[in-house]
Design a protein around this ligand. Structure first.
Ligand code: F3S
Length: 64
């Protein structure tokens, strides 16, 4: 599976980093960047938590 961040929707709230620091970082412009691609099954739950945590619904988890 793969995580995608809609850069137009991201408001740099960093909630994704709070719940999934192994999966996200903030880039130079403050927009979230995905650190791991593809996301393995061991991090599927964490990835789903990040999707739910984003207040602007900028994160999508795409299943294979
Ligand atoms: Fe952006 Fe949502 Fe993360 S607003 S910083 S993708 S929690």
């Amino acid at each position: 599976m793969k995580l995608q961040v809609d850069t137009a929707r991201c408001q740099a709230t960093a909630m994704c980093l709070a719940v999934a620091p192994e999966l996200f970082d903030l880039g130079p412009s403050g927009i979230a960047e995905v650190l791991i691609d593809p996301v393995g099954p061991d991090l599927a739950g964490t990835a789903e938590d990040a999707v739910l945590a984003c207040p602007t619904a900028a994160i999508t988890l795409v299943h294979d």
